[in-house]
Write a protein that binds this ligand. Sequence first.
Ligand SMILES: O=C(O)C(=O)C[C@]1(C(=O)O)C=C[C@@H](O)C=C1
Length: 392
Amino acid sequence: MTVNTHDSLDDIRRNVTRIDNTLLALLAERRTLSLEVAKSKISTAKPVRDQVREQALLLRLIDTGKEHQLDPQYVTQIFHTIIEDSVLYQQAYLQRLVNPENALPTARVSFLGAKGSYSHLASRNYFSRKQTQLVEISCSSFRDIINEVETGHADYGVLPIENTSSGSINEVYDLLQHTSLSIVGEITQPIEHCLLTAVDTQLEQIDTLYSHPQPHQQCSEFLHGMGKINQQYCSSTADAMLTVAELKQPNVAAIGNASSGEIYGLTPIKTNIANQQQNFTRFIVVARKPVTVTSLIPAKTTLIMSTAQAAGSLVECLLVLRNAKINMTKLESRPVIGNPWEEMFYVDVEINLKDPLMQQVLDDLTRLTRFIKVLGCYPSENVTPTEVDFND
Ligand SMILES: O=C(O)C(=O)C[C@]1(C(=O)O)C=C[C@@H](O)C=C1
């Protein structure tokens, strides 16, 4: 085989690096323009999201991409990510304007586990968009996270509240029942569970597995396939990775994120071991003071309420939301500690607390419930991609 090499591999890679650097500069420039767009939308009171514009933008880019032999799926995937960043970046900017007291350069943030835990990754991702430097406060329990914020040692707490494989994280819901803190934000973090080891070994040699209870649950099918495994529970995935790094034994592994494993010198011997390939955890961000959400961005409001024990009481409350045409994205029930058989219901709705319709709904629900409390109104960080038909 004759290979016609005009340039050495190093020369070619230098060109690749040059192009990558140009792409980064252009992405940064595009972000700056997003802020200019946000400023113009303030003056015209236009919402951040304009999916008509996104549709037109994507179709044009797909056509242009075809001229460069770039397939539509590839172009769409890249620009969905770019547009999502633009929307969230604009939302963060607008939120800083309506909550100037929160626009601090640094924030003390409490989260579960040490560096590399999924809570640490979620905290870093959430605050990077707010252009806020983290002062990291690592906690060993959800209760500690809340205590750090309630006592003023932390400005924010980041708590996992539900996962697409293992469902709701009940301990967090129970803690929300009794805290004075408000939910001020949310972030959904992709969770890529891997089997991480500190020394070269084979999957068949692993008989002891360290992780937080949640990853054990989320990877139950894979673990079942491994046969008899000694499952060890840790306070966080970071704690599990540290333990395995210190043990340095060929029969021991941790479940955690591959990039976090590098912090502890661990390497993945098996990736994507969660029950569902699309595995996400939604985290909430709590603070001592609630935030105001501008009407230019989508908002979520979280309520907790306990209904009378008469038959149909919950249905009456849900009908209030249905009649108001308010979309409910989450309904969770938890026992009321100390009142056997009484349930506390957690409801996430897609409406701004300041919306007059929501105020009316709260009045109606107050009459129908034994107890009701708004846990918070916060920006919805779920940017649903604008789908385009590639075959147009
Ligand atoms: O052009 C706008 O209206 C923008 O806000 C910019 C932008 C983009 O990044 O391209 C982002 C969000 C909108 O939904 C549409 C497009």
